[in-house]
Design a protein around this ligand. Structure first.
Ligand code: NI
Length: 236
């Protein structure tokens, strides 16, 4: 009724009697650019500590055969002993991390000794690969605020794990495989040790088992592309 009135008549109607203005139609929601699909939603990191030793070459062959990138947390001692293997890790696309020089319990050391442990391992990795590591794993998973701080000053993020295969204890390939595959969830970090032949034997079973479960075995650099130095990661 009001809408049909001539404008000057509408103007004469007291404001309180005028109908509420019709709200303009809502702006259509702006289409945001489609988010990059999270291609790593089903990723798990498989990690190997304490090498490299001669048998690590067999593990590198197994990973290569299945087109998998993993992570190797190497000691400075073993990296200096086997620089060719550290170089192959780099060439094959694996993440190479710092596992200290001689594998001590870091929280028991003073700052200077912790720094020396980290620096010696990073130097050995740099000598073999030309690149400084971004990841470190404290031996036995033993860390504290001092260790994390000194690692952070060196550009190192700390990688612990949420799946422990206890491979070093039972040294049984079948149990290693079952522990890794059964406990792994999307985002998991799986702990193993390439210094044990049984763990090397288990690698094809671990990879095939994770894939059968719909998970994708990857390196730490794939799982967590931008680690924050000094931060401790247990999983993604
Ligand atoms: Ni270790």
């Amino acid at each position: 009724m009001y809408d049909g009135m001539p404008a000057q008549v509408q103007a004469a109607v007291p404001p309180q009697l005028q109908p509420a203005p019709v709200a303009p139609p809502a702006e259509p929601a702006v289409e945001s650019a489609p988010a990059e699909p999270d291609t790593c939603a089903n990723c798990v990191a498989i990690t190997y500590d304490d090498g490299p030793v001669a048998d690590t070459n067999r593990l590198l062959d197994a990973l290569h055969a299945r087109d998998v990138r993993a992570t190797f947390m190497v000691t400075g001692t073993n990296a200096r002993e086997n620089p060719d293997l550290v170089r192959r890790m780099r060439d094959d696309g694996h993440t190479v991390g710092n596992h200290t020089d001689t594998h001590p319990r870091l929280p028991l050391l003073d700052d200077a000794a912790i720094a020396a442990q980290l620096d010696a391992s990073s130097a050995a990795i740099r000598t073999a690969t030309g690149t400084s590591p971004r990841w470190m794993r404290p031996p036995y998973g033993e860390t504290d605020a001092r260790v994390a701080g000194l690692a952070g000053q060196r550009g190192l993020a700390l990688a612990l794990w949420d799946v422990d295969t206890l491979d070093w204890q039972h040294r049984n390939a079948e149990i290693t495989c079952r522990a890794a595959v059964d406990q792994a969830q999307p985002g998991s970090v799986i702990l193993m040790h390439d210094i044990h032949a049984s763990t090397v034997d288990a690698a094809p079973c671990v990879i095939d088992g994770l894939r059968a479960k719909g998970l994708r075995p990857v390196s730490l650099d794939e799982l967590i592309p931008d680690p924050e130095p000094g931060h401790t990661y247990v999983r993604r």
